[in-house]
Design a protein around this ligand. Structure first.
Ligand code: NAP
Length: 316
């Protein structure tokens, strides 16, 4: 029987379905795999269902010419933790789970826009600490969101879904920076990154991570942003130069930030944690049971198609 390794505990319905098709080994740790675990996985299993944090880099593949493993069916749309060319060179197919994550991640994007603009984390901390002195007309004044300008850096599935919420829900103007121009059913203006940064009241990152986009957002972008503007990242931490972000917040180059992802997860710099004007979420983008089930079933669909000799639905 086909041997499949699932590298993290998954919702039971997904594990059950995988077991109905394959001889499944379910790794119980919630932590990323070590290099030696990944090498063993390539040697001992026909397929692996890995996820964020399992760094299948070139050196993991290096000792194999043709490993037993034929497919890495990633759980998640982002696959910047997998060296795809190195996998392909060993005949390994890589798949992901696009679409299943879009709305949930866009919802978290909208939440971070609102929280960063309206100083929600700062206010909640005051209530919890018992330091709230009561309502008065000038307490915790934030940035009014309705009707403002949202700038999307990355205008694919998630970027567009956030823009849709901003436009239809909050009457916001939409600008975007993206590799290609996109057709959408609401007004959206394509701009250069520096132009978008200077234009937007809220700048939201929704690009893929990886070598191509690494540190695309740095001091140049933060300096171009208006001082009242907020910065939001729901994509990948390495797109942002975190040191530059901390400096921009410290010097009030920008007024606040809302982050779901970090450069070196789960490490979040002390300097960032000390800043009042940031909302810090622990990578919650897709954290809802039905979404994780949909992602899991999509990954299993890719495994089933692969081992039945069919075209995989979501190759990367
Ligand atoms: P997508 O549909 O592929 O959209 C990505 C967009 O970025 C595309 O429109 C693409 O342009 C553009 N792009 C890529 N490289 C670029 C570059 N170098 N310069 C300018 N534009 C570039 O992906 P998605 O489904 O929206 O997901 C985006 C990312 O969100 C994922 O890769 C993942 O890392 C992250 N994510 C995070 C969470 C979370 O839990 N926080 C959840 C899900 C996803 P083209 O269309 O022209 O190729």
């Amino acid at each position: 029987m086909t041997r499949v390794l699932i590298t993290r505990p998954l919702p039971e319905s997904v594990a059950e379905r995988a077991r109905a098709h394959f001889d499944v080994e379910l790794r119980e740790s919630t932590r990323p795999m070590s290099v030696s675990e990944m090498r063993s996985a390539l040697a001992l299993y026909d397929g692996v269902l890995p996820t964020l944090g399992d760094r299948f880099s070139e050196d993991v593949f290096a000792e194999f010419e043709a490993p037993r493993c034929g497919i890495l069916a990633n759980f998640g749309v982002g696959y910047n933790h997998i060296d795809v060319p190195a996998a392909r060179a060993r005949g390994i197919t890589v798949t992901n789970t696009p679409g299943a994550v879009t709305d949930a991640t866009a919802d978290i994007g909208m939440m971070l826009i609102l929280m960063a603009c309206r100083r929600a984390s700062e206010g909640e901390r005051q209530v919890r600490a018992g330091t709230w002195e009561g309502w008065h007309p000038t307490q915790l004044l934030g940035l009014h969101v309705t009707g403002k300008r949202a700038g999307l850096v990355g205008f694919g599935r998630i970027g567009q879904a956030i823009a849709r919420r901003c436009h239809f829900g909050f009457g916001m103007e939409i600008g975007y920076f993206n590799r290609s121009a996109k057709e959408v059913d609401f007004p959206a203006t394509r701009m250069e990154l520096s132009e978008l940064a200077a234009w937007a009241d809220v700048l939201v990152v929704a690009l893929p991570g990886g070598a191509e986009t690494r540190h695309m957002i740095g001091m140049e972008v933060f300096s171009a942003m208006p001082r009242h503007a907020r910065f939001v990242n729901v994509a990948r931490g390495d797109i942002v130069d975190e040191t530059a972000l901390i400096a921009a917040l410290r010097t009030s180059e920008i007024a606040g930030a809302g982050l779901d992802v970090y450069e070196h997860e789960p490490d979040v710099p002390q300097a960032l944690r000390e800043l009042e004007q940031v909302t810090l979420l622990p990578h919650l983008g897709t954290a809802a049971l039905e979404v994780r089930e949909a992602m899991g079933h999509m990954a299993v669909d890719n495994l089933i198609a692969f081992f039945e000799g069919n075209e995989v639905p979501n190759p990367v």
